[in-house]
Design a protein around this ligand. Structure first.
Ligand code: AMP
Ligand code: MG
Length: 397
């Protein structure tokens, strides 16, 4: 049997990051920069007012209150601001360019708000409420390095430096296929012996939750030809493929039968999720993950192997730091030599994380998974974990 980390390493070493694309900014959420973004100009680009108020010469306010004539209004977006001279004020709005000659802004709250003349009640130092050109970002600065995962704030930053398109690794497109004669679509009626297909919905959502774009294919039965056909039909539009079911030791384990060759089937020292398969398929060498059918096995396999792989496909470090150390509320025993993932409820109290293992730990028991928010990880060398001991917990998205 292979260890979890050996299996993950063999997957990661076979992956090549997705080729970069040039995308318009609105399409770029969740993609990863392949080139740094550099500010071509300073931000702010010009000295401007930080408040709605009056642009003044600070020296005029040495004795307050003082009344000054207001020579004009300067709005945000005004192209050139007329200057002022000592003894004068100009009404100015937040973001409007500072007029020549002024060296301070007095907020409207410190005045009577006058339009022809203004009475100012407080003095101000030179520079008061002025946002200087370049005080946010200087021209030529790398505002985002290559390898940055683009979220809302990063997309805002790119727009703020005037860039409309970016060169990025896109979110991986991942096809999900459930196999099994017993599977029916949710929303239909079951005969005895049938169940509703849950894995394909769960895994498609897990892909999207992990930063990819999941596409669910219609379920196929345990039919070698149909399984192959469904996979090969879709190869050209996939960056990766996930199947569920048909990979253990049963008489109808068709996925294993038809994909042996491009896919290497292995037993991994973990619970749940022992039967695993991974390979590169078709002329495009698309990564394919063949996950076990038991829903909790499928889910844990996804989090353990597929999620890091999707990050690697975008050129990101494969593991994100979603792990915390928590205190166990109950004893856990775990088979020696296996990595054991137990469903649990994680909370934070008295300055530390606490985790309670669910009582139902069967690999078919979706009920416990659906209300869990963490996977307790009992390492290969941790056979007995008494209540009160510290364990690693993988926080679930
Ligand atoms: P298999 O890996 O195909 O031997 O399936 C193992 C167990 O998982 C069986 O009880 C299956 O009925 C169940 N199973 C397989 N695929 C799915 C699925 N897509 N949704 C829900 N349960 C499944
Ligand atoms: Mg099956």
């Amino acid at each position: 049997m292979r260890s979890v980390s050996e299996h993950l390493d063999s997957i990661l070493s076979a992956l090549t990051p997705i080729a970069p694309l040039d995308l318009a900014l609105p399409e770029a959420l969740g993609t990863v920069l392949v080139e740094p973004v550099v500010a071509p100009v300073p931000l702010p680009p010009f000295d401007n007012s930080a408040m709605d108020g009056y642009a003044v010469v600070a020296a005029d306010l040495s004795e307050v209150p003082v009344v000054l004539p207001v020579v004009g209004d300067i709005m945000a977006g005004d192209l050139s601001a007329t200057g002022i001279r000592p003894g004068l004020a100009a009404r100015i709005m937040t973001g409007a360019p500072m007029p020549g000659g002024a060296d301070a802004v007095v907020p409207v709250e410190w005045t009577d708000g006058g339009t022809a003349r203004v009475r100012i009640d407080r003095s101000a130092a030179p520079g008061n409420y002025i946002r200087r050109a370049g005080e946010d970002v200087q021209a030529g600065t790398v505002v985002l390095p290559a390898g940055t995962l683009l979220g809302a704030a990063q997309i805002g930053m790119i727009a703020a430096v005037g860039q409309a398109r970016v060169s990025v690794r896109p979110r991986p497109r991942v096809l999900v296929l459930s196999t099994g004669n017993e599977l029916r679509e949710p929303g239909t009626t079951l005969a005895t012996g049938q169940i509703w297909d849950s894995n394909s919905f769960m895994l498609t959502a897990a892909v999207t939750e992990s930063g990819g774009v999941g596409y669910r294919l219609p379920t196929v039965g345990d039919d070698a030809e149909k399984v192959l056909e469904a996979i090969h039909d879709q190869l050209t539009r996939a960056d990766a493929i996930i199947t569920s079911g048909g990979v253990s030791m049963g008489a109808r384990d068709i996925v294993k039968e038809v994909l042996t060759g491009p896919v290497e089937f292995t037993k991994v020292a973990m619970r749940p999720g022992k039967p695993q398969g991974f390979g590169l398929i078709g002329p495009q060498k698309v990564p394919i993950f063949t996950l076990p059918g038991n829903p909790v096995s499928s889910y844990v396999s996804f989090q353990t192997f597929v999620r890091p792989a999707l990050r690697a496909l975008q050129g990101l470090p494969p593991t994100s730091s979603d792990t915390v150390t928590a205190v166990l509320t109950a004893d856990v025993s775990s088979p020696a030599g296996l990595r054991h993932f137990l469903r649990g409820t994680l909370s934070f109290s008295d300055g530390r994380y606490v985790v309670s293992p669910a009582s139902a730990q069967g690999s078919h028991q979706m009920g416990a998974l659906a209300v869990a928010n963490g996977l307790i990880v009992a390492r290969e060398d941790q056979a007995q974990l008494p209540a009160g001991s510290f364990v690693e917990v993988l926080r679930l998205p």
